[in-house]
Design a binder for this molecule. Structure first.
Ligand SMILES: Cc1ncc(COP(=O)(O)O)c(C=O)c1O
Length: 382
């Protein structure tokens, strides 16, 4: 059977692109020529390397970020009717993981600058059924996690840190992924590093780590005895090819990050002097390894129209995010509609993810910005 790579429509410049080099090919090939394709040394090495990078006692690799979030919810004992306070300005998986356990995601609106869950709004959303906070570091940029951590401690709620977009970032010199009782990273090909599909849960709690390992592996006990299942679990394991890819990508993290930083610099330069577009900003004390490049547009620009105009010029772009509470099944199940979370909705109308990857060249950035200028001019510029 011949499988051809999919080539996307009219666009010349990819929206995102993995960066795979000889080291990745070397390690994945080593796995393929070994007899160990799952639960082997690369899974362990990948876990150890990420635990060290994040300063955590335990790292448990799994099959996706979504699987990692689900494992965290289940391992923390959050179940039917429990409430988890979270953000509607995220990828749908960060609240789906709550629904998987028949618990209830309780949304609160976001804060303008970090685009994360607003700590000021948390207590008014809490009830006696609140069990956890689940904030998200949007695009890799830290939310106000220190304040959320202290709220969680005060109220004895669990803190589940969705760091799926935030590998390598830090707040006041503390790594993102080190705040939660459980913190989760994701490695889809658009992320800072990729394993194809893959995720990682991090924790400092020995008992929680043991539950996470068991739940990931069909509910087996700690020694992984083949046909001995102590609880209902899942197959959320990562395979060795993916883990080897992860090990090689982590070895190259600084190089990949330098590539992304260069692209951020090209965009900052190319977009300067335009009052209708706001490039991403860094708050004091934050270090970010951006995983997407999202600008905010003047509200007078028809953002959805712009996406089509850019595509006509060979430049893919995406609204990012589309609020979770307005996804059809959330709106239907919980009765949300336009106006439920006004800050989220206003910001979501103005965000645009532009092509971005560690491999992007300055000329491609110039092409994107030229297309943007042209499309905005066609709209009769605000
Ligand atoms: C904020 C957030 N949470 C969760 C996920 C889920 O990760 P995955 O796609 O690996 O399941 C993503 C992935 O894009 C994400 O951006």
């Amino acid at each position: 059977m011949t499988v051809s790579p999919r080539v996307s429509g009219a666009s010349r410049i990819p929206l995102a692109q993995p960066n795979i080099g000889p080291r990745e090919i070397e390690l994945v090939t080593k796995v393929l020529s070994s007899d160990v394709l799952a639960m082997g040394p690369y899974t362990e090495a990948f876990e150890e390397a990420l635990a060290e990078l994040s300063g955590r006692r335990h790292a448990i690799a799994c099959s996706s970020g979504t699987a990692g979030l689900h494992l965290a919810i289940r391992a923390l004992g959050i179940g039917a009717g429990d409430e988890v306070i979270t953000t509607p300005f995220s990828f749908v998986a960060s609240s789906n993981c709550v629904l998987f356990e028949r618990a209830i995601p309780v949304f609160v609106d976001i804060e303008e600058e970090s685009l994360g869950l607003d700590p000021e709004l948390v207590e008014q959303a809490a009830t006696e059924r609140t069990r956890a906070l689940l904030p998200v570091h949007v695009y890799g940029n830290p939310c106000r996690i220190e304040e959320l951590e202290s709220l969680a401690r005060t109220h004895s709620w669990a803190l589940i840190e969705d760091s799926c977009e935030a590998l390598g970032g830090s707040l006041n010199a503390r790594m993102l992924g080190s705040f939660g009782d459980a913190s989760v990273f994701a490695f889809y090909p658009n992320k800072q590093i990729t394993t194809g599909e893959g995720g990682m849960v991090l924790t400092d709690d020995d008992a929680l780590a043991e539950r996470l390992r068991s739940l990931r592996n069909q509910g087996r006990d700690a020694d992984g005895t083949w046909m001995h299942h102590i609880q209902l679990g899942f197959n959320y394991r990562i395979d060795e090819m993916s883990a080897a890819l992860g090990v090689a990508q982590l070895e190259r993290l600084a190089e990949l990050r330098a590539g992304r930083n260069a692209v951020i610099g090209y965009y900052a330069e190319a977009l300067s002097g335009r009052d209708w577009v706001r490039p991403p900003r860094l708050a004091p004390g934050t270090e970010v390894d951006w995983f997407v490049y999202v600008v905010r547009l003047d509200p007078a620009i028809d953002r959805d129209g712009l996406v089509g105009q850019l595509m006509d010029r060979g430049v893919p772009s995406r609204p990012y995010f589309s609020p979770i509470h307005l996804q059809p099944f959330y709106a239907e199940q919980f009765g949300y509609g336009p106006g439920s979370f006004p800050i989220t909705e206003r910001i979501a109308r103005s965000t645009l993810a532009l092509p971005f990857s560690s491999r992007m060249e300055e000329g491609a950035v110039a092409e994107v910005v030229a297309a943007l200028d042209d499309a905005v001019a066609e709209q009769g510029r605000p």
